[in-house]
Design a protein around this ligand. Structure first.
Ligand SMILES: NC(=O)c1ccc[n+]([C@@H]2O[C@H](COP(=O)([O-])OP(=O)(O)OC[C@H]3O[C@@H](n4cnc5c(N)ncnc54)[C@H](O)[C@@H]3O)[C@@H](O)[C@H]2O)c1
Length: 273
């Protein structure tokens, strides 16, 4: 008997096999859950439908469990509405929704935060924070009682993490969006949480220097390392399952304890010695 037997839901944010959303989705599907996926819409002149194929190449191995793969750009209300209408038709009600989406231009990420462009700030905020509200609102009528929503955040929204820059501001906004959404949806029994993951190598994280951050976590975190995709996947699945009933409006850190440090710890000893 799987933890997700009889459960259905939506996975937003698989780009490739290194995506955090894929780590979480795989566990859910292995535990019996049925998932509908999105992909970034392909350009009209891309006959090979590269974005779609990157996702279907993964979901093809889960024929029974992957219900559909459809285009969805969170900047487009029509896309969101069409995606949710299809989800209703295909799945009826949903028991879980994963939001694992962020974007900022490289140009803006590489600037000092105070030099972030107005357009770049709006774009990053819209895709990385507002989109949680937009998708959850569009899904409000298809949530089953006791459904769970999860978004992916990072410590750079709580504390200054040089290099994370405008994305840190987006994560602070996302954390707040998550809490207000938890309040709005609480009376329906729907929970909304955030998983704050330690650095993992993915498409998105290369832009914010995850590779260097892994070394820092190895030197500073209580566990002396960063985390793995599998560790993040398991906690993600837990927060989307009924095993976490009673947890909402929470930021759960899966970061080998890094966020609890008040000094650089062992790294400081190394610098002294
Ligand atoms: N990798 C890390 O170290 C790390 C750590 C903490 C939090 N996170 C967060 O995890 C989430 C997933 O990132 P990831 O690291 O798995 O990288 P990823 O590149 O695999 O995933 C990012 C996803 O965002 C999607 N996306 C971007 N713009 C979109 C739009 N307009 N509409 C729809 N989808 C859009 C991309 O298609 C992609 O699937 C992000 O919110 C990221 O900030 C990542």
């Amino acid at each position: 008997m799987g933890m997700f037997d009889g459960k259905k839901g939506l996975i937003l944010g698989v780009a490739n096999d290194r995506s955090i959303a894929w780590a979480i989705a795989q566990l859910i599907m292995k535990e019996g859950g049925v998932c509908g996926f999105n992909h970034l819409p392909d350009k009209a002149d891309d006959d090979r439908q590269r974005n779609r194929r990157r996702v279907t190449q993964l979901t093809d191995a889960y024929k029974e469990q992957a219900a559909f793969v459809l285009p969805l750009d969170v900047q487009k209300d029509d896309d969101i509405a069409a995606f949710m209408a299809h989800a209703k038709e295909s799945l009826g009600q949903i028991d879980f929704l994963l939001h694992s989406i962020a974007f900022a231009t490289l140009d803006d990420l590489r600037k000092e935060t105070i030099a972030t462009s107005r357009e770049g700030f709006k774009l990053a905020m819209e895709i990385s924070a507002y989109s949680l509200l937009a998708v959850v609102n569009a899904a409000r009528d298809i949530f089953s009682p006791q459904a769970a929503v999860l978004t992916l955040t990072y410590y750079g929204g709580e504390r200054i993490v040089p290099g994370y820059n405008v994305m840190g501001i987006c994560k602070a906004a996302l954390d707040s969006c998550m809490k207000y959404a938890a309040f709005d949806l609480g009376p329906r029994g729907v929970r909304v949480n955030a998983l704050s993951a330690g650095p993992l190598k993915t498409l998105a994280s290369t832009a914010v220097g995850a590779k260097d951050m892994e070394g820092l976590y190895a030197a500073v975190a209580p566990m002396g390392r960063s985390v793995t995709h599998d560790e993040v996947g398991r906690v993600g699945a837990f927060l989307l399952s009924s095993m976490s009933d009673g947890i909402t409006a929470e930021i759960l850190h899966v970061d080998a304890g890094y966020n609890a440090m008040g000094t650089p710890g062992r790294l400081l000893d190394r610098l002294k010695g």
